[in-house]
Structure formats: C-alpha cells, structure tokens
Design a protein around this ligand. Structure first.
Ligand code: NAD
Length: 380
C-alpha cells in the first residue's frame, strides 16, 4: 500500500509545503497512508495538529520516511536528507532537473524514481497539475503588491477637491502566466497598464485585460505559441528593435514588472543600466526573473538596489512569500497528478510508460537517469 511522506522543506527561505490538510484528506480517501514531518506546515501557517486531524501520521523525518513508497516535496532534497529509502521510492517535487543535474545521478544511484513536477507538459489534460502556472500566477500578483508597497506613491487616478492625482503607469514585460496576473492586479489597483512580449499571441490577451500592447513591429517575434507555448532566445536584430522600442516607453513608467523566461536558458536581459538611467526617480522595477539570472541589469535577489534613483527589487523565491496559498495550490497540483494515475483497486500509483505526462516528468528509474532531455545534457 502506498505510504506518502511529506517533508519539511530544507532550502533556506522556503516556506511552502507539499501537502495541506485538504490534500491529506483526499489522498487518504484514495487509500494512501500519509505521514507528515512535524513542523512541515509551519511556514504556511498549518500546525501539526491540522495534519493529524486530517488523518496523517506526524513525526520526525526518520519516522515519516520509514517505509515510504512516495516522498512529496516542494524543492528537491539533497540525497543525504532522504537516504535509506527503499529502491523504487518515488520522489515528487520541483526538482530543478537542469540546475540540479548532479543530484539526479545520486537519486538514481539510490534507486529513487524522481518525478519533476515543473516538467509537466503544457497540455490541456495536465492543466490541473501545472505547478509552474499555479506558482507563477501568485508570483505575478505578489510582484505588483510588493512593488506598490515600495513605490511611495498612489496607483489609481484620484479626483479630489484639492486636485487630481494621476494614475501610476505600470509596464509588464513578459506576458505568460505571471505577466497576465500582474496586468490584472495592476489594473485592479487602478494603474494605467501596458505590456509587451515576444509572442504575438499575447497581444490579444493584453488587450482583453484592458492594457495597452507594446510590440516590436519591425522584426517578427514568435507567431503562434512557440514550442510548448514557450519563448525561445530572440535574434540580435529583434533584441535591438525591442531595446529601441522599450527605451522610449520605459522613461515614462512608474513601475515595471519583468517576468521573461526561456526554459533551460538564463533569463533574457530586457533592461540595461542605461535604460534605468532614463527613468524617473522613485520608479520601481520588480524583476521576477531575478533568481534565474535576471531581466534587469543590476538587480539582486532579496535586496533593494537603488540605481539612478530607481529601486530594483525581486525575491529569490516569490511564491514562498505567499506560502499559504502557494502551498494550497501546489499541494492540489500534486494531488491531481497522483489521483490521475491512481489504481483504486490496488491502492497504488501506477505510471504508464507510454503516457505523455509520465514521460515528461520521470527523470530517473531503475538506477539510471532516463529522461531524454537529461541524457543529451552535459553533467554539471
Ligand atoms: P515563461 O515563464 O516561460 O515566460 C514568461 C513570458 O516571458 C512568456 O510569455 C515569454 O514569451 C516571455 N518572454 C520570453 N522572452 C522574452 C523577451 N525577450 N521579451 C519579452 N518577453 C519575453 O512563460 P509561462 O508563464 O510559463 O507561459 C508560457 C506559455 O504557456 C503561455 O502562452 C501560457 O499561456 C502557456 N501555458 C499553457 C498551459 C496549458 O495549455 N496547459 C498552461 C500554462 C501556460
């Protein structure tokens, strides 16, 4: 019978947790035994008692890992932290397969079957399991809220007897899941919002949220959705045209939120120091990509950097700043993945080899790293 262990996160600053009392109940109802490490939910304001009341065993890491067939985490643990697991145990989490490539060899050597949730394919059937979307959505919201707090001025247009206060101008660069939520949040706060992306398909999405689309017209961007809905690195001609277009626009902005990412590559550089110098003092740039190399020259994770009177900011782990909701959504993503492949009679998780989602997430199996994307990647 499946025994699902849920660990307290090891990474510093990680406040999320991979299961909530709600998902403990749902997974128990499938017939699994749930074992949650004491204190696992503390960062997300979930006390041990709530897990116990939902039917989980609560104990030390050693106790919960004892006999576990599955281990659920937010970030991948070091192999030493989960040693002693029986071969075939599944590790389910955001394992950062490219960034933590060496660790995967150790998981494989320990016989662990590692499943990377961030590699769930972006297909309709997998939408409820899509951890990147659930976390990016919250990140887009949080970026606006936190930059609004640092920006010492008002967002909405205010017409008062003493005169009119103009609306803040917010520019969102990169309109994926996080960018769309950033646009919607900034609009709700009353800002005048504009946005840009390299994917032409986002123009309509930007406009449907009531924002102004700012697009490079001279050089073609990505038509359609790109591979798997993702952007690729742009040509030098496109980058030059984008820099020219954006330069004039940036100078008029109060808040800029950058969210641009390219899977498997460092984040593209969108704003240079020279462009920051053209902005008004007191403006704020929130670099949501700061942990992936940064879209903004000079931005430093978890540090307010002031350049030319403009504050650059960005969190190393944005969803962790909304740990309760981020955990609730992440835990539901994990539950939806497990429930989709659950054999109710055998009360076991069965992952078919020929399934597109399983093929997308399975990194290691039978003592070896098996994912094609990793076999073609040099070990770090
Ligand atoms: P992401 O986090 O990889 O990137 C964020 C945004 O940055 C993307 O819109 C990307 O085009 C943009 N970007 C990259 N380089 C840029 C540059 N140089 N200048 C400006 N913008 C740049 O993206 P994401 O949030 O993961 O979303 C990617 C796509 O996948 C979106 O179209 C989204 O709607 C789609 N999606 C589909 C599903 C599904 O069908 N199941 C689920 C989630 C997301």
């Amino acid at each position: 019978m499946a025994r699902i262990a849920v660990l307290k996160e090891f990474a510093s600053g990680e406040r999320r947790v991979a299961a909530t009392p709600e998902t403990v109940r749902k997974l128990s109802a499938l017939g699994a035994t749930l074992a949650v490490e004491s204190g696992a939910g503390a960062g997300a304001q979930i006390p041990d008692e709530a897990y116990a009341a939902a039917g989980a065993e609560v104990g030390t890491a050693e106790q919960v890992l004892q006999g576990a067939s599955h281990v659920c985490v937010v970030q991948g643990p070091s192999p030493a932290q989960i040693q002693g697991l029986q071969p075939g145990t599944r590790l389910i989490g955001m394992l950062d397969p490219l960034g933590q490539r060496a660790r995967l060899d150790e998981y494989a050597a320990a016989g662990i079957e590692a499943l990377a949730m961030e590699w769930i394919p972006r297909i309709t059937r997998a939408q409820t399991m899509d951890v990147l979307s659930s976390q990016a959505n919250l990140s887009g919201y949080k970026a606006v809220i936190d930059s609004a707090a640092v920006y010492g001025r008002v967002f909405p247009l205010m017409m008062t007897a003493a005169g009119t206060v103009p609306a803040a101008r917010v520019f969102v660069m990169g309109v994926g899941v996080a960018g769309l939520q950033a646009i919607a949040t900034a609009r709700r706060l009353g800002a005048q919002v504009s946005a840009t992306d390299v994917r032409a398909a986002t123009r309509e999405q930007i406009e449907s949220l009531g924002a102004k689309a700012i697009f490079v017209e001279k050089v073609a961007g990505i038509s359609g959705e790109g591979a798997g809905g993702y952007a690729t690195e742009m040509s030098p001609e496109y980058q030059a045209a984008q820099a020219e277009l954006v330069s004039g626009h940036l100078a008029k902005q109060d808040i800029v939120i950058t969210t641009a990412l390219i899977p498997g590559r460092p984040a593209p550089r969108l704003i240079s120091d020279a462009q920051i110098a053209t902005m008004k003092p007191g403006s704020v740039i929130f670099d949501l990509a700061v942990a992936q190399g940064g879209n903004v020259e000079g931005s430093v994770a978890d540090t307010l950097v002031v350049r030319h009177g403009v504050t650059l900011m960005g969190h190393g782990n944005t969803p962790s700043h909304l740990a309760a909701e981020a955990s609730a959504l992440y835990a539901r993503n994990l539950h939806n993945f497990i429930a989709a492949y659950w054999n109710r009679e055998r009360r076991e998780l069965e992952l078919p080899d020929d399934d597109e989602i399983v093929q997308g997430v399975r990194l290691t199996r039978g003592g070896a790293v098996t994912h094609p994307r990793l076999l073609s990647t040099a070990r770090s």
